[in-house]
Design a protein around this ligand. Structure first.
Ligand code: 0O2
Length: 221
């Protein structure tokens, strides 16, 4: 009857959403392993912190509707690739690229798309490196390839983005011009701080050097 049909749809949706939660666990573990290994081996950790988020089924459906994607989970899996999100916040701008390269060089990760909003900031002033990756999730009866949206950014970029995000929602996406202009300026200031901090750390030496050579070694293998 209808009740059992509803039950089945619900189980299907639960299974679908849990594959994204599992993908988040996989990617988060990878980042944590890199982070702990750096700490152990090199007494330097390029990763400040990691956060994750899973889109709610409601906002997945809302996005699908907006994009004209049919309600079937296969189309959604194909078209909506930010259901699972992992954000990696690094100390320095160069670490952002190195950590992204190290992760995406892992043999079970496939890089689907890379968007460099650090080299080309968004009009808002937003800076981050975005990667859509696909990772296999091994379930009891099948293996599914699950897309995960990864954002790599510096502490300063993260600080800026979190405030901008709050303002954006507070004004319901219609931020007054003057405020937008100040946010853009603040983004430039944050970028300048990143450059200065990186130069300082390079001048002190040691920091970062190890990471650079490790990245090269790993990527050569
Ligand atoms: P939330 O609330 O963080 O989840 P799409 O995501 O496919 O609709 P696009 O252009 O492919 O659009 O994605 P994009 O712009 O590469 O990345 C989207 C995510 O990046 C956003 O997710 C934000 O997390 C972040 N982002 C992009 N632009 C900005 C910005 O100007 N300011 C801030 N603070 N964050 C930004 P969501 O789902 O939009 O929001």
């Amino acid at each position: 009857g209808v009740i059992s049909q509803i039950g089945e749809v619900r189980r299907h949706l639960q299974r679908f959403m849990s594959s994204y939660q599992f993908a988040i666990h996989e990617v988060e573990t990878k980042v944590r392993i890199l982070s702990e290994e750096f700490q152990l081996l090199h007494l330097y950790n390029p990763i400040e912190h990691v956060t994750t988020r899973l889109k709610s089924p409601e906002s997945v459906m809302a996005k699908a509707r907006k994009r004209g994607v049919g309600p079937d989970t296969e189309a959604i899996r194909r078209e909506i690739r930010d259901i699972a999100g992992v954000r990696v916040v690094c100390s320095f701008a160069s670490d952002v690229y190195r950590v992204q390269q190290l992760l995406c060089a892992q043999s079970d990760i496939e890089l689907i798309q890379l968007k460099d909003y650090i080299a080309q900031p968004k009009p808002s002033g937003y800076r981050s490196l975005h990667a859509i990756v696909e990772i296999p999730v091994f379930l009891s009866d099948e293996t599914v390839r699950v897309p995960v949206e990864m954002q790599f950014r510096t502490i300063a970029q993260d600080f800026w983005a979190s405030l901008e995000h709050k303002i954006f929602y507070k004004y319901e996406r219609a931020v007054p011009d003057q405020l937008s202009a100040r946010l853009q300026e603040a983004a430039v200031t944050a970028a300048r701080l990143d450059t200065e901090m990186e130069q300082l750390s390079n001048e002190i030496g040691e920091l970062g050097d190890d990471v650079a050579s490790i990245t090269e070694d790993t990527l050569r293998e």
